[in-house]
Every structure is written in C-alpha cells, then in structure tokens.
Design a protein around this ligand. Sequence first.
Ligand code: SRM
Ligand code: SF4
Length: 584
Amino acid sequence: MSSNFTKVENPVLVVEGKQADNERLKAESDYLRGTIKEDLQDRMTGGFTSDNFQLIRTHGMYQQDDRDIRAERQKQKLEPLHNVMLRARLPGGIINPTQWLAIDKFADDYTSYGSIRLTTRQTFQFHGVLKPNIKLMHQTLNSVGLDSIATAGDVNRNVLCTSNPVESELHQEAYEWATKLSEHLLPKTRAYAEIWLDEEKVETTEADEIEPILGSNYLPRKFKTTVVIPPNNDIDVHANDLNFVAISEGGKLVGFNVLVGGGLAMTHGDNSTYPRCADDFGFISKEDTLAVAAAVVTVQRDWGNRVNRKNAKTKYTLDRVGVDTFKAEVEKRAGVEFSESRSYEFTHRGDSFGWVEGIDGKHHLTLFIENGRILDSERADFAGKTLKTGMREIAKIHKGDFRLTANQNLIVAGVAEADKAVIEQLARDHGLLNDGVSNQRKASMACVAFPTCPLAMAEAERYLPTLVDDVETILEKNGLKDESIILRVTGCPNGCGRAMLAEIGLVGKGPGKYNMYLGSDLAGSRVPKLYKENVDEAGVLSEIDALSARWSAERNDNEAFGDFVIRAGIVEQVIVSFKDFHHA
Ligand code: SRM
Ligand code: SF4
C-alpha cells in the first residue's frame, strides 16, 4: 500500500528551528565516544551519567532498572538498581553453536535475569548486566565474532532477512545482501573498538572520512532495513524504513523492489504521529543495492526532522517532502533509475514450525519460543520447561547453525538426516518442541514491556501466555478451535511487538488497559484501525468473544479475521492517508 501523499507543493526539505538535544550530544560526542570510558570506571553509581546514558545506545546498550522493585528501592532511599540491556548485531539472525554456547554462559554468569531474549528483529538481548561486567560482555562477544554496534540509537539497526531455510540458495544470497547492507551502513567510527576492546585510537580529522554515509551527526532517528523473500513477509516490511524485496528468476536473485518509509510507532494523544506503510519506489538490479541503500539513508540524514524527534523518522520525511521528491533525490544520489516494480506477492507472515527439508537435502527445525524468552524457569507460564538448557545441549552437538526469526522464534538449521532424531529428542525433552501448541499461540506475539522496559505502560510479555489461554478457550467455544487470529500486544504505542500490523492489536494505555486495534491482513499490508479505547483485560476477552462469534457465524469461506472485520463494517479500512490515521 502506498500513501496518497506522493506530491507536496513547495516541500520543506529541511525543518528549521531549535534542534533536538540529541543533535547536540551526537555533535559533541567525538563520534560516539563521549566520556563512556571514564564513566565506566565510576563505581559511585551503577548507571551512566549525562550524555553517556544516551550514547551507550549506539554501542547496543540501554540503561535500565527492574521496575518491579523500583518503588521499594525508592522507599529505602536507594538509587534504582541500574543495569544495562544489550542487543547484539546479528544480520539475518544467523548465529552458530559456538557463539550460542558463549552467550548462554554469559547469560548464566553475568545477567540478573539469566535469560536470552530473542527479539522481533532477529537478534537476542541480555537483560540485567551490571556496570563492572559490561566490558567483559563486549569482549566475550568479540571473542566469538559478535558485536552490538549500532543496534540502537540514531543509526541503521540490525538488518533483517527472511528466514527461509527451504530455498537455501536464494536465502543464502539474500542473507549475504543483508550482511553487506549491515556492514555498508554501519558507523565507521572506531569508538566501539576503543572503548570495549581496548584498541588504540587512530587520529582522523576529516568528517567525511570518518562517517561517509552517516555523517558527523548520524541520522535524525533510528533507521531499519530488511531483505525479504516473497511470498513470506515474516520480517514485516511495513515496520521498516528501507526494504529490499528479493526478485528472483529461475531460483536466482536478479534484483530488488525497494520499499521505503514504513514504521509503526505513535504517541497516545499526539495526532502528528502515526503508523505508516512503506511506499514502493520500484525495481533495481542487485548490483545497485548498496548505492541505493546509501542514497536513501543520506536523503533521510539530510532531510529528516532534527528539530522534533517525534516526527523524525523516514515515514514523516516522505509525507513532508512527498514521495516523488524523495525518490527523485535518491535516484540522483545513487545514479540509478528505479524501473517499474516487478510483480510479487506476500501471502503470509509468521514462521512454519517443525521440520522442513531444504533443496540442499539438509533439515531445518523451527522451534516455537513463546515471547522469545529462553530461560529455565519455575514460572507458571514456563511450566517447568528448561528451554535454556535444551538450547545449550543442542548447541553442543549441532553442526549447522541457528537462525533467529523476526517473530521471536528459532530455527535449528542445516541438520543432517542422521542427526535429526537426537536433536528432536533434546528439543522435546526440554519443552522446545511440543505438538500441542495451538495455532493461536503460534500466531501471537508480545513485546518485552515490564519489568525491564522503562517505557511500558501496560504488561505485554507477562500478559500474553494467559491471554492466549483464554483466547484459545473462546475460539473453541465459538467453533474455531484450529483457527487463529494474528494477535499482538505491545506495552505502549511504540509498537515493538508490531501490534499495528496485527489482526487484533492491543496497545498498552495504562496498567491493565489497552487500546484495541482491528483489521490488518495475513500478509501484513494494512495498518489496523482503532476499535475501542482503554479496554481492561476482561473487556478484551469479551470483545474477542463477541467478535470471533460473529466471525465464526458470518465469515466467507476461509475469510481471515482481519478481512472479516472490515467487510462486516466493524472497523473501516485505513486507506486514505496515514496523516489522517487518527480521524478516518
Ligand atoms: Fe522497540 C524502544 C524493545 C522492536 C519501536 N524497544 C524500545 C526499548 C529499547 C525501550 C527504550 O527505548 O528504553 C525497548 C526495550 C525493552 C526491553 O526491556 O528489552 C524495546 N523493540 C524492543 C524489542 C526487544 C521488542 C521485542 O519484544 O522483541 C525489539 C528489539 C528489536 C531489535 O532487536 O532491534 C523491538 N521496536 C521494535 C519494533 C518492531 C520492529 O522493528 O520490527 C518497533 C516498531 C517499528 C518501528 O520502528 O516503527 C519498535 N522501540 C520502538 C520505539 C518507537 C520508535 C519511533 O519511531 O518512535 C521505541 C522508543 C523510541 O525509539 O523512542 C522503542
Ligand atoms: Fe517497551 Fe513500549 Fe517497546 Fe513494549 S512497545 S518494549 S513497552 S517501548
């Protein structure tokens, strides 16, 4: 879907006004160094001070504290128990068993939650790393060829790639492009190597030499890139600034359709913010990929709003300057003309679970990991499962690699016929593989939210398992036992669980309260529409009960829930323009 805002009269290319404070801190940071090194030595506080609090994000870390114990510590007049969350860089989500064993051990030895959390962007996070262990964490990652550069902050983030283990040749090529894009768009400053790996500082003075693509002030806001292989839109293109849709002929990649300007976040009560689908710019041959990527990034770098961070992402730049103007500038800078888009179709999202055989004769096992949380736990929703131990045992014997999906799941990839049985048994023994998981559970997803996310307004990850229990019961009662609805929960309107591309999206409004959005489609080409505001958990269930009863009784053959709610007039389709999202 494209927005109707292709042309804007007299577009404002650069927004004038007092720049956001993040612009000052990036400018003064000496290419993302700040005083992080000195701050790290300061053990008077467990946190990072002043600008370093923000700057560590560009090194892949966020300062957090456990919100479950925040009030209690305040009462005791104690500083919040500061720690960091680390997010690794893992283009295309591929990680090998040696790397897995290293992160598994680090999570046990040095994180307060003891978990590895798979994210909606094909990587993993550690939560709860204390200041004295941060450097060791980076050195551990480095020792196995991993890093966390630019997984957060105003830079290009982890580059996604469709998890497609079946067509392995095409997947391999697409994955290589994801890696090349990640490298090409990565900050070139040596700040990460100097601070965390104790490498020598190399003096360079020319800004253009240091950051030829990102520039000395980096991007106005976060930037997200994907490579996607139709027909599976598993990475959700419309959540991303820049997407390369793989076009193949005879199983070989020939080029990409380029989609620009997707994004899902909004702020409650601020109608200048809205989710937006990406626009189709046209087809390019694969040789032009890096030039086009750099051009899109530099146009956004130069024209993105540096005054108001709420309107700074590429989606807003496109609506302000017009898609045509943006696209023409990309063509000029890349020296490439987009040709007409090649035809392709997205038919579905999500992952297919269980074993599949690739065209290379290798076997691939996709495991469903609820909420992406890999942990051995006594928690009720884990029912005594030992997911973390299970993954460790598999990693010890696995000769292929692991692929993290953009839906918080994991593929044990490249298994020889002879090793299938033992891997499957380990997965079953530790609760990583369970034939009883319902289609509804597999179609449900939530962001992290409490207790670690400082922005959470309502529960998400901790709410999802019981919510799905209840929805399963409702669907069965309404004669829909094996059916599913793409159901996603996010603890606030930032949208990390991609609720704004769900058939039912619950967006946290306050403790126990959600705004309910309805009407995305199976392919993820539509943003859902607000249905009810401030619904409590009981209300969520009674709404789902009533809506699914109607779906069961009135649906056309195989009609998906999201299509039904629009056809039945329960919500209107968001079609006009995203600027009018809140009013249509
Ligand atoms: Fe996100 C901020 C977690 C995917 C939009 N996101 C955060 C922070 C770091 C909170 C913060 O700023 O302090 C959350 C940390 C929680 C925690 O304790 O771990 C957080 N986001 C996540 C993850 C872990 C959710 C998950 O359950 O998997 C995902 C990590 C992705 C990764 O590996 O890089 C995650 N975040 C997303 C997505 C989905 C996607 O990209 O496919 C979105 C919506 C798409 C988009 O960008 O429009 C998303 N996160 C945000 C935003 C809103 C950005 C904006 O445009 O305004 C924020 C807040 C911000 O940047 O100011 C945010
Ligand atoms: Fe936190 Fe909100 Fe993102 Fe959920 S959607 S992880 S609550 S920022």
